[in-house]
Design a binder for this molecule. Structure first.
Ligand code: PGA
Length: 260
């Protein structure tokens, strides 16, 4: 695979899986599987449930494991009367580096709107962390031929009011909703076409430099067997991995596929 100018980012979204003991075991196993060459060529992040963050942070620090700590979600306010919510300030204090924003499960099951996503992207940036802003179409939208319209709209709405310099440092995850957890991934060609369209929207709103540096991940049933082809596409700079990130021996080959 030709080296890309953008360092690939492979992120494990653990969703509502693994207690803190299991989380510690998984990062330790992952650290046995990954080599210096992997970390040198690929950024790797894990996104455990909130209750695991402190334990995982401690292991990463103590064992000097160069995996980036991530969260799955946050509120946009720094603090306040928001029972059950977690603020970006609280995450930053735990050395969280990347925060998934607007995952389709949050949008579909918990009613997050494009406006909420935009507020969260800004809040995450304000605290010096990197948002992984998720976009993606439903099966109905795909079948109606409106994928690019839908995804472009989500990208535009999510980036309202964010400066060009900051847009270039973002991560956008293209996750077709029908491909998440279904074992049915988008074809590399289809995923590439949508990721190229997303880069085009970023170019339009934030300029060529931002478009050249923004990292675009593909997500939706990524596994060791399909990662190579997906990650080989010119506009796919990484993967957001759900199911296959829960086992170190399934996740590590995806990291390796990102650098051939
Ligand atoms: P999956 O999930 O890899 O299990 O399809 C991806 C995601 O939801 O981020």
């Amino acid at each position: 695979m030709p080296a890309k100018s953008r360092k690939p980012l492979i992120s494990g979204n653990w969703k509502m899986h693994l207690n803190h003991f299991e989380a510690i075991q998984l990062v330790q196993k992952l650290s046995y599987e990954l080599r210096e060459a992997d970390y040198g060529s690929v950024d790797v992040s894990v996104h455990p449930p909130f209750t695991d963050l402190r334990s995982v942070q401690t292991v990463l620090d103590a064992d000097r494991i160069p995996v980036l700590l991530g969260a799955q979600h946050c509120h946009w306010e720094d603090k306040g009367a928001f029972t059950g919510e977690i603020s970006p300030a609280l995450l930053a204090k735990l050395n969280v580096r990347l925060v998934i924003v607007g995952h389709s499960e949050r949008r579909q099951l918990f009613g997050e709107t494009d406006e909420d996503v935009n507020r969260k992207v800004k809040a995450v940036l304000k605290h010096g962390m990197t948002p992984i802003m998720c976009v993606g179409e439903t099966l109905d939208e795909r079948e109606a031929g409106t994928t690019e319209e839908r995804v472009s709209g989500q990208v535009r709405a999510g980036l309202v009011g964010i400066g060009a310099g900051e847009v270039g440092g973002l991560v956008i995850a293209y996750e077709p909703i029908w491909a998440i957890g279904t074992g049915r991934n988008a074809t590399p060609e289809d995923a590439q076409a949508v990721c190229a369209a997303i880069r085009g929207v970023v170019r339009e709103i934030a300029g060529a430099d931002a478009a050249g540096s923004v990292r675009i991940q593909y997500g939706g049933s990524v596994k060791a067997s399909n990662a190579g082809e997906l990650l080989g596409q010119p506009d796919i700079d990484g993967a957001l991995v759900g199911g296959a990130s829960l086992e170190a021996d399934q996740f590590a080959p995806i990291v390796r596929a990102a650098h051939g």
